[in-house]
Design a protein around this ligand. Structure first.
Ligand code: FES
Ligand code: FES
Length: 158
């Protein structure tokens, strides 16, 4: 059974007829063609690679149905850069070598972008806690923490 939905992603409206059981992550990747949002743990809600924002709140898109996003505003990693410039978080991740394979990175960026809006001057412990839902197999996290601290500082000064 299908349902018509209208989901805005990075400011673009996608009107589709989707199966009731379609997951939001599959809508984003397969219907909208935005493959920056990854699937890491095969829809178990454990890895955080599928993290996007729904109405400004970081959510795991493998834990939501597309129909639950009907009428909502979704933000994905493709929307982070603006006017041809990377977001300060993306710049800092690049500078601090905060990624290796990069598979986890989109989810971490979308989680952290919301986190820094709520907590613009976090302690290292708070940053580490904020990443509890995002697994990275490559970096050991220290470079990620450094990058987030740098981005937080720049965002405070901006
Ligand atoms: S794919 Fe969603 S949490 Fe792993
Ligand atoms: S950079 Fe490879 S999983 Fe995080």
């Amino acid at each position: 059974m299908n349902k018509d939905v209208k989901i805005s992603i990075n400011g673009v409206a996608y009107e589709k007829s989707v199966p009731l059981r379609m997951l939001l992550v599959d809508f984003i990747r397969d219907e909208a063609g935005l493959t920056g949002t990854h699937i890491g743990c095969t829809y178990e809600g454990r890895c955080g690679t599928c993290t996007v924002q729904m109405d400004g709140e970081a959510v795991k898109s493998c834990m939501l149905l597309a129909v639950q996003a009907d009428g909502r505003e979704i933000a994905t990693v493709e929307g982070l850069a603006s006017n041809g410039r990377l977001h300060p978080l993306q710049e800092a991740f690049n500078e601090h070598h905060a990624l290796q394979c990069g598979f986890c990175t989109p989810g971490i960026l979308m989680n952290t972008e919301e986190f820094l809006k709520e907590n613009p001057d976090p302690s290292e412990a708070e940053i580490r806690r904020s990443l509890v839902g995002n697994i990275c197999r490559c970096t050991g996290y220290d470079h990620i923490i450094d990058a987030i601290q740098t981005a937080a500082k720049r965002l405070r000064q901006a």
